[in-house]
Design a protein around this ligand. Structure first.
Ligand code: MN
Length: 160
């Protein structure tokens, strides 16, 4: 019997859509791959819904690694990192833009190395989820300095 038939017959649950992603996190009875400890990205720093899972802490390397998933249309505010940041795209499509530069489309496997103090934003395309690892070195210097939200006009122009 195929997987689809099992789903149609109700013998295993149908996969949930992306928009239901949060609802799986408090449901301990299913086998959602969503890792424990996932938190909603702070509303004051994100336009839309993002999910953040801290994968590795700051000791003894003084470096953090987080998995960040943006729902379609979600992006973070303009911001910079006192010690820089590396992004590694693991799912979906999204954008990275530095202030005064054109936005870059990012796909799975793409990486971005962001120099300290460079003002930028990152987030999902309007029609795709977007997941990246966010690697922050030297976090004793600080993690992020948050600025204003990316406007709808700025976000639309990223799509070309
Ligand atoms: Mn950043």
């Amino acid at each position: 019997m195929t997987l689809l038939m099992h789903v149609l017959l109700g013998s295993i649950p149908a996969p949930r859509s992306g928009s239901n992603y949060p609802s799986t996190m408090s449901d301990s009875t299913n086998s959602s791959p969503t890792p424990a400890g996932t938190k909603r990205g702070p509303a004051e720093y994100f336009s839309g819904t993002a999910w953040v899972t801290m994968l590795a802490g700051g000791n003894p390397t003084d470096c953090t690694v987080a998995d960040v998933t943006f729902e379609p249309g979600c992006r973070n505010n303009w911001h910079s990192h006192p010690a820089g940041q590396i992004l590694v795209v693991t799912a979906g499509r999204g954008f990275y833009q530095e202030k005064g530069q054109p936005a870059q489309l990012l796909r799975v496997g793409d990486t971005v190395s962001i120099a300290p103090g460079v003002v930028h934003w990152h987030g999902a395309a309007a029609d795709s989820i977007f997941t990246h690892l966010a690697i922050n070195p030297n976090v004793k210097q600080g993690v992020s300095d948050w600025l204003q939200p990316v406007t709808d006009e700025e976000y639309r122009s990223a799509h070309g």
